[in-house]
Design a protein. Sequence first.
Length: 168
Amino acid sequence: MRLTDVEGQVIELQVVGYQFPEDASRRSSRDNAAQAGITGTVVGQNKHDDNWLMIRGHVEAAKGAWDFVEPCLETWEAREFCGWLEFAANGQPCGPINFLEPNIAFKSATPEPDRGRMRLVSNFALESRPPWTEPDDFDELIEFVFTTEELRARASSLSENLGRFPER
C-alpha cells in the first residue's frame, strides 16, 4: 500500500512475510509429537509468534525519508487497520488505532474542510522512527492529508496483499 498525500508526502506499508515462517523443522517436530501421541505445547503453535507480520515501511515526509522492516503488526491487526482506513475513506472521523507493537500507529483521521480530504496523524516509534530523532525520543508524529479516493484505493490494495498472509 503506497499512499501519496496532497503535498507529495508518502507512506508505504507492505507486508513482506511472517516474522517466523512455518519452517519444515517446526512442522516436522509437531507432526512427530502428534504421531507419538504427545499433545500440548511441545513445539506447539504460539498464536502471537505465528501471526507476526514483517512490514516494510517507506516514508517521505517534509523532514526527510526513511525505510524500515520490522514485525509491526499481527495478522488480525493488519485487517483491523484496513477497516480503519476504509472508514476514514468514507469521510468519517476516526480515533486512534494502536497495535501491540508501537512501531506504527495512527492517532486520528479527521475530515478537512474540503470533504474529499482526510488528515491522518501517524506515529512512528522505536525501530520504525526516522533517523533524525534523538536517541531519547520514543516516537515521531507525521501529518498527512489524503484524498478519500486515495485512501479507499490503497485500503483495497493492502487488503489484497493481506490475502497471502492468513491467520495461522
